[in-house]
Design a protein around this ligand. Structure first.
Ligand code: SAM
Length: 423
């Protein structure tokens, strides 16, 4: 507290004390006007998403389960939809409230002026997650919210917008945790792994967000060699090339739900897109992909063709064992077959993979993603790290084998199960 002499107990002159107080109050008020932005991701990618946001200039991030949260403006919402590689969708909070029963949910939703968010000619859908004993059927709360939206429009305009579950123009997210309901706008719409660059899909393509997350997790410096000798349709190669060239993974995507919400600022969006430099004259690293299947390599090449970075990625048809004389240091990330298809000699393949890494990948950090825990044992090297991940519904392990030049023989022990999985 300031004393009579105008000096407060901390020794600050009183006018300075009030100035700093005022700044705090103004800051608090400004931040209360900011949007609460929730960025959803895939299990295991929360930390790399925080890292990615920090790198993009967002230092204050709250880490949640399969999501992170920050404060921001609509400019940030547009910017993050375009730039985040490890996000599935970006939500903007509309209202948070408590309920005691289903009627409360409807009544609280009727207090929201939904006509403020979208016009009657747009189709809409409700998605989300429910963790509450109040509802026996997890889809039921979404019907309640849908009814409230329709009724709000009807009361105001004598008509209602249509629902379109498959490809809605606007989407709302309803998250119920016990008695707390959070209603948000889903500003992305279709999940952000739909990058817009994929023409061709392989037999078991990696989710693009998972691919981006694995690359970031590997700590690849974007300067040393990047290699995927099981490239399939090329997801890892494409995500690595876009990252190295500093081009957003979403550069080809046109659809975002935020374009259909009321108040969409097309000029602001265009200015954010215009800031992206898409002209690439070279890459700061070598990116090399190969696959035993010529059909797969053709798919990779077709996918690369549509991108300005595509011409810098080298691709070849060959078995991994024939991949030799790569420029170290570097990082290899692959998801080899998991052995779900009949007739795959999976143990033998993982055994040969371990031998090849030992002899031909010196100076590389080799990362393997697989759901086949038995097959991992045949690699015959001790993993330096094991991370639990999901590829779709499949629980996988992402394992790092550092292949040193000579010495460090201790790394090459015949024990694939010696370390605990991190999650
Ligand atoms: C799970 S898929 C990889 C998918 C890829 N990450 C993508 O996003 O499309 C495994 C790939 O390994 C390839 N493959 C199988 N045996 C191989 C071998 N011995 N050498 C190189 N590639 C092989 C298959 O043709 C297949 O494309």
């Amino acid at each position: 507290m300031p004393n009579k002499k105008g000096i407060d107990i901390d020794g600050l002159p009183s006018n300075l004390f009030f100035c700093t107080k005022l700044i705090d109050i103004l800051k608090e008020e400004a931040s209360s006007k900011l949007l609460t932005i929730t960025v959803k991701t895939i299990f295991g990618l929360e930390d790399v998403l925080v890292e990615e946001l920090n790198e993009l200039g967002y230092p204050k991030i709250d880490r949640l389960n399969r999501a992170v949260q920050l404060k921001g403006t609509w400019r940030d919402v547009y910017y993050l939809n375009l730039h985040l590689r490890c996000a599935i969708s970006i939500l903007v909070e509309v209202k948070v409230f408590k309920i005691r029963n289903e009627d409360d949910l409807y009544n609280q939703c009727m207090k929201i002026d939904w006509t403020k968010y979208f016009s009657i000619d747009k189709t809409f859908a409700i998605k989300g997650a429910v963790f509450s004993e109040m509802f026996n059927h997890t889809q039921y709360p979404f019907f309640v919210v849908k009814d409230a939206i329709a009724d709000t429009f009807r009361n105001k305009m004598n008509d209602r917008p249509d629902v379109n579950v498959k490809s809605p123009q606007v989407m709302f997210d309803v998250y119920i945790n016990k008695d707390v309901v959070t209603i948000s706008l889903n500003t992305s719409g279709a999940p952000l792994f739909q990058r817009g660059y994929r023409e061709e899909i392989g037999l078991a393509p990696l989710n693009e967000v998972v691919a981006a997350g694995l690359i970031r997790m590997s700590g690849w410096d974007r300067k040393s060699t990047f290699v995927d000798p099981f490239c399939g349709s090329g997801t890892l190669l494409i995500e690595a090339a876009l990252l190295a060239a500093n081009i957003p993974s979403m550069i080809e995507r046109q659809h975002y739900a935020f374009k259909n919400f009321e108040g969409f600022d097309a000029d602001l969006w265009e200015s954010i897109r215009a800031e992206v430099n898409t002209r690439v004259t070279s890459l700061p690293c070598e990116i090399i992909g190969s696959d035993i299947s010529d059909e797969m390599v053709t798919k990779t090449r077709r996918n690369l063709r549509g991108l300005s970075v595509g011409r810098f990625v080298k691709t070849e048809v060959k078995p991994f064992a024939d991949v030799k004389e790569l420029n170290a240091p570097g990082v290899m990330i692959s998801n080899p077959p998991y052995g779900e298809r009949m007739g795959e000699e999976i143990d033998e393949l993982y055994g040969q993979l371990g031998d090849w890494m030992k002899s031909d990948m010196k100076g590389f950090d080799c990362w393997i993603l697989s759901s086949n825990m038995e097959a991992f044992k045949f690699v015959g090297l001790r993993p330096e790290r094991k991370v639990k991940m999901y590829n779709g519904d499949l629980e996988c392990s992402f394992r790092k084998y550092s292949i040193y030049e000579g010495s460090k023989k201790g790394k090459y022990m015949n024990n694939g199960n010696s370390e605990k999985e991190q999650d």
